[in-house]
Design a protein around this ligand. Sequence first.
Ligand SMILES: Cc1cc2nc3c(=O)[nH]c(=O)nc-3n(C[C@H](O)[C@H](O)[C@H](O)COP(=O)(O)OP(=O)(O)OC[C@H]3O[C@@H](n4cnc5c(N)ncnc54)[C@H](O)[C@@H]3O)c2cc1C
Length: 455
Amino acid sequence: MCAVAEGALGRRRIAIIGAGWSGLAAAVHATAAGADVTVYEAGRQPGGRAASTTGPDGTERDTGQHILIGAYRATLGLMSQVGVDPAQVLRRLPMALVDPAGRGLTLHLGGGLLHHAASLLGWSTLPWRARLGGLLWLGRWQAARFQCPPGWTVARLVQGCPQAVVEQLIEPLCVAALNTPMAEADAQILLNVFRSALAGPRGSADLLLPAAALSDLLPRPACAWLSLHGAQLRMGTPVRHLAPITDGRDGWIVETETFDQVILATPARVAARLTADCAPQWAALAHRLPQQAIATAWLRVPTTAAEPDLPAMSCLKGALGEPAQFAFSLAKLHGHGQQGVHTLVASGVAHWATQPREALAGALQAQFRRMLGAVNPTTPPPSAGSVATQLLHLHLDRQATFACLPGLDRPPARIRPGLWAAGDYIAGPYPATLEGAVLSGQQAVEAANAATSRS
Ligand SMILES: Cc1cc2nc3c(=O)[nH]c(=O)nc-3n(C[C@H](O)[C@H](O)[C@H](O)COP(=O)(O)OP(=O)(O)OC[C@H]3O[C@@H](n4cnc5c(N)ncnc54)[C@H](O)[C@@H]3O)c2cc1C
C-alpha cells in the first residue's frame, strides 16, 4: 500500500459513501493522511457483501463463504494497519484443488512459480501426458507475460490444455476468482489472477481461509480504528442526495452536509442511481454492468453420524446440473463450535437465481448428501426427506459480483472533479474480489490526493 503524501488531504472534509471493504479501505487511507473523514453507511453495520450478520435464530453467519489468497497484499496490509493479525483470523493452507476425498492437486505452501511447476509434475492422479501438457500450457502463458489477445474467453484460452487440467485446475479457479463460467469469462482477467497468484512472490498462491467471522477480519476493527482516529461513522444512514455545490465554490453536498471530496463506495447500481443527474454517462456505465449470482448453503451432517474427514476446502466436480463447485468444513476452519457444519458454494449461478428458492435449496441438499456418500461409500447417504442432513441456512445473492465478461466497459474511478468511485467493479486488472475492492478504495484516495495537490 502506498502512503498518501503528508498534508495534501490534511483537514480536507471527505465523505465516504458505503462502508464495505472498498469504503473502509478509503476511509482508513484518507484518515491516515490527515483528512477529516465522514463515513455514511446504509446498513446498521459495516462490511457490505463481506460481513457477518445475526439471523432470526440468533446465529451469526457470514454473508457468504470467502476465500482470500496470499496475493491479497493490500487487504492483508490494511488488516494489519487497523490492528488485526492476519495469522490469528485466517488459516494459511496450501492451495489444494482436491475432491472431498482429498485427491487432486496441492501446491507447495509458501511456494513460488518453480514449486508450482514441480507440484504440477507431481500431480499423481493425472497421467504424465496431462501433467506435461498442463505445464507446457502454463509455461506458454508465462512466456507471454500472461497477456492474451483482447476479447478472449477462458474457454478459448484453454484450447490446447489437457482436458483433465482444465476440469480440475483452470475451471475451479476461474469460477472461484471470476464468478463467471469459463465459456463466458474474460481470459485476460484470469491471466492477471494467475500472474499475481502463481508468478508473484512466494506464498502468493497460498489459501487464506477465514477462521473468524468475516466482520472480525476487517469491518469491525476498521470501524474501531476509524473512531479512535477521529473519523465520523454514520451507520444506518443511507445517502439519497448527492449533488455538486452550485454557488461557485468547489465541493459536494451529501444529504445536507458539504464536503471537499466525495468517494462513492456503494455497489454499482446504487452508485448509478446517485450519479444519474450529476454524471449521466458514468451512471449509465455503472448501471449496465451485468451481474452474477452466488449461493451459499450451510448444511449439517447427521448428529448421529461421525464427522466425515473432509478437507477444509474441496472442489466438487458435480454430476450434471449440481450447483455447487466448492465445499468447506467449518469445523476444520472455525473449530468445535461448528462441528458437523459445512458450507457449499455455488458461483456463477445466474440461471438458478431465476428459479424458485426451494429448487436451489433441494439441489444443494441433494449434492451434499451425494458428496457425503461418495466420501464414505460404506455408509449409504441419508435419503432425501430424512431428518439426517439439515439445511441450516441458504444465502442467495443475485448481484454478488459483476459478470466478468471480455470487453466489459467497467466505470473509471473518476466521476467528476471532486467525486470518485471505489468498489470491486471499478476499472482495474482484477475481478470482483476483496483485494480489488480494497485497492480501489485506496486508489480513489490517491486520486483525490493528487487532485487536491494540483488545485
Ligand atoms: C457470496 C459472496 C461470496 C464472495 N466470495 C468472495 C471470495 O471468496 N473472495 C473474494 O475476494 N471476494 C469474494 N466476494 C466478493 C467480495 O465480497 C466483494 O468484492 C467485496 O465485498 C465488495 O466490496 P465493496 O466495498 O466494493 O462493495 P460492498 O460490499 O457492496 O459495499 C457497499 C456498501 O455500500 C452500502 N450502501 C449501499 N447503498 C448505500 C447508500 N445509499 N448510502 C450509504 N451506503 C450505502 C452497502 O450497505 C455496503 O455496505 C464474494 C461476494 C459474495 C456476495
